[in-house]
Design a protein around this ligand. Structure first.
Ligand code: PMP
Length: 297
């Protein structure tokens, strides 16, 4: 992820990743009480475009608010910091990872002060480009009355890691998690769509992370005149689908070959997923937004 020259943004300064330090008594280290984001930057004809950067930092701030972590930064400051970080590290096609972490505190109370770091590295398609073989996980997504499911909180990802490990241990590529009522929810790090008789379906908000890629896919589907329904669906409905895909910032749009060994019948090239995959990869590389730098840190 980094070498000796890599710079990260840490509390309004740029420092060497290899020299940055943190306190082992941080609440984030002990309790997973921190918040993060995952953002992608794309090289375009007119420079680097950090895709939906404002939406990501708005979600970061919302995540902080939802879990009582005080983050005293404007979206614009974080946008400027990210653009400078990419420029300083000479990155354009890159993954950007902001992390808000808490100061030393062993109590189970809200933090008084927090830190933010932003790092970036070159990262190919997170789930590869091979169509995924999923298993329905024995782990369900955390109940929204136990945690703030709409916040991207560090500790929530233990659930994602357990589900991924289980899927891989059982010979699958990736997990599919249900919610605690047994309805389809999402992947460990991606949202789910499936196609039946020319209509797309996706789990409604409430028990899932409100994915920015999911919102983009909904926008693109509307532009392409594709009908999308959002609701609560059981895995039996998915088993009868024609095709399915996952979407997320890191994964982008990636086809699903099978769920619990039930193979989707439609050839990928004929699916709505493929149409949206193409539309997505074109959309993210459109060069309407170019890299701007500013000294206003
Ligand atoms: N669900 C979960 C649990 C995730 O971690 C992610 C990745 N952030 C997503 C969905 C997709 O969200 P986004 O499109 O905003 O990356």
């Amino acid at each position: 992820y980094y070498n000796n020259n890599t710079l990260i943004y840490l509390d309004k300064k740029f420092v060497k990743a290899s020299e940055a330090t943190t306190d082992l008594y941080s609440q984030t280290m002990h309790y997973g009480y921190g918040v993060f984001e995952g953002i992608r930057a794309y090289a375009t004809k007119n420079g680097t475009r950090v895709f939906k950067i404002k939406e990501h930092y708005e979600r970061l701030k919302r995540s902080c608010e939802l879990v009582n972590i005080p983050l005293d930064y404007s979206v614009q400051t974080l946008v400027d910091a990210t653009n400078m970080l990419l420029e300083k590290n000479n990155l354009s096609d890159a993954y950007v990872r902001p992390l808000v972490f808490c100061d030393p505190n062993m109590a189970l109370t809200r933090p008084k002060e927090v830190s933010i770091m932003i790092c970036a590295w070159e990262w190919g398609a997170y789930l590869g480009d091979k169509h995924l073989r999923l298993n329905v996980s024995s782990y369900c997504r955390p109940h929204p009355r136990s945690i703030k499911i709409e916040a991207k909180v560090c500790g929530h990802y233990v659930n994602s890691i357990l589900a991924t490990n289980e899927a891989k241990d059982n010979g699958y590529d990736e997990a599919l998690l249900l919610d605690s009522d047994g309805y389809l929810a999402e992947g460990p790090g991606a949202n789910l769509f499936f196609e039946k008789d020319g209509v797309l379906f996706t789990p409604q908000l409430g028990n899932i992370l409100p994915g920015i890629t999911r919102a983009t896919v909904l926008e693109l589907a509307e532009k392409l005149g594709v009908e999308v329904q959002q609701g609560l669906y059981k895995p039996e409905v998915l088993a009868l689908a024609d095709s399915a895909f996952y979407c997320g910032t890191a994964a982008e749009v990636i086809g699903i070959a099978s769920v619990d060994d039930t193979v989707f019948p439609k050839a990928w090239t004929d699916t709505l997923g493929k149409k949206l995959q193409d539309a997505y990869s074109e959309f993210v590389r459109q060069s309407e937004k170019t890299l701007r730098t500013t000294t206003a840190l």
